[in-house]
Design a protein around this ligand. Structure first.
Ligand code: PLP
Length: 420
């Protein structure tokens, strides 16, 4: 596009694009419509989407049930503040999330982005220590390869190399960022850390899959160890399920798949199937009890303008309906089997370091680094939208993807690996 009258060229002079050096960024692809697992270009071409709009589109684009829920809510009441007022969709969604999340996770705080949802979880953990134990605990144990958002508190608990957060090192609260306990030695290291540092409020982890660092995976046993450590040392365990929630691992939540229940869980992305922004932070009964008393200073003082946004909550309720009425988890599991069949053989390819597959996530990690920008364009030229992360070429499609579209994606990855 080079016509200054188009929205694209005019806007390009003003928009600040995420995660991009504006001077050298390859041109983004203008999309005029979406449908199912397809992105439609103005010239009529279509790309098969392997990413699902930053992993949100679990039901496919434009699902009629979600779109109708949004329309109906817009017509009736787009939004009202939750301070002093109440609306059905947020209250209904809170009760339903309490029902579908594991254990006694049952008190739901809504925000409008995953980063804020994690901030709220961190704030709850710090205040829990104060309210319940009378202790000042302000630090977190988090993990190399972890990503929890781009706000200041969440940057402090990400892998320090992630998203150029090192630039802000001096501005971030120091945290304990360690390797996941996938060996006895590492387990002991965290045990010692928690013994020595009595200022730790919680352990924070992306359960089973660390998404942003290239779909790195760990076992349920690792999470069970974290649960044991948290209990032994009296700190909370937070599962950041913003990526893994809503069927991505083949179960509704990674906590179900791992059979480990955290004290706090964060949700976002698939919560609304990518139709509107919405995130949720869910606390267990025990955590909530520490806030629930006569003392006003024990209250959670947090309240984003759009907390419990009515359209977002209506769409999220419709999304939960879809998990009940359509075979969404079966589709995610079938996707896992299909991706195993198509991509696992690449494990023996000389260019490949590792193939990782879990539920509706597959990553093929190459041995050698490659030009990320060029690779993204290469995939577009194949009629696909696939955005490698580091050395990992990955797929996180909608669970509703057709066998044909999935084949287009897996063939493109196989061809890419062959050309590497
Ligand atoms: N936590 C995890 C595990 C994520 O994957 C992300 C986003 O990718 C976030 C938090 C931040 O969510 P948001 O981008 O909605 O702020």
């Amino acid at each position: 596009m080079n016509n200054p009258d188009t929205w694209f060229d005019r806007g390009l002079e003003h928009i600040w694009i995420p995660y991009a050096q504006m001077k050298t960024i390859p041109m983004p692809v203008p999309i005029v419509a979406t449908s199912g697992t397809r992105l439609k270009l103005a010239d009529g071409r279509e790309l098969v989407d392997g990413v699902g709009s930053w992993w949100t589109s679990v039901h496919g684009y434009n699902h009629p049930v979600l779109i109708k829920a949004a329309h109906d809510q817009l017509d009736q009441m787009p939004h009202i503040m939750l301070g002093g007022l109440a609306h059905k969709q947020a209250y209904k969604l809170a009760a339903r999330l309490a029902d579908v999340t594991p254990g006694d996770l049952s008190r739901v705080f809504f925000s409008e982005s995953g980063s804020v949802g994690v901030e709220v979880a961190m704030k709850i953990a710090v205040q829990y220590a104060r309210n319940a134990l009378g202790e000042t605990r302000t630090k977190f144990v988090s993990f190399m390869g972890g990503y929890h958002g781009d706000t200041f508190a969440t940057m402090s608990v990400c892998d320090p190399e992630e998203g150029m957060h090192t630039l802000f090192a001096e501005a971030l609260a120091p945290q304990h960022i360690v390797e996941l306990p996938d060996s006895d030695a590492r387990l002991e290291q965290i045990d010692t850390l928690l013994t020595q540092h009595k200022d730790i409020a919680a352990i924070l982890v992306e359960p089973l899959i660390q998404g942003a660092s290239g779909m790195r995976m760990h076992t349920a046993e690792t999470l069970a160890h974290l649960r044991t450590l948290a209990d032994r040392h009296g700190v909370l365990l937070i599962f950041d399920e913003i990526f893994t929630g809503f069927g991505r691992t083949g179960e509704l939540f990674a906590a179900h798949k791992a059979a480990v229940t955290p004290d706090i869980m964060t949700l976002g992305k698939g919560l609304t199937g990518g139709v509107t922004p919405l995130a949720a932070t869910i606390a267990s009964k025990r955590v909530y009890q520490a806030f629930h008393d006569e003392d006003p200073s024990h209250a959670l003082m947090h309240g984003p303008t759009f907390t419990g946004h009515a359209v977002g909550c209506a769409v999220a309720n419709a999304g939960l309906d879809l998990f009940e009425t359509e075979p969404r988890l079966d589709q995610a599991r079938a996707l896992e089997r299909a991706m195993e069949e198509a991509l696992r053989p690449l494990e023996s390819h000389t260019a490949v370091r590792e193939v990782r597959i879990c539920g509706a996530v597959a990553a093929v990690e190459l041995k050698e680094a490659f030009d990320i920008d060029a690779s993204r364009q290469w995939f577009i030229d194949q009629g696909t939208f696939i955005r490698p992360l580091g050395r990992a070429v990955y797929l996180t499609p909608a669970y509703t993807i057709s066998p044909g579209d999935l084949q287009t994606l897996t063939c493109a990855i196989t061809d890419f690996v062959d050309s590497a």
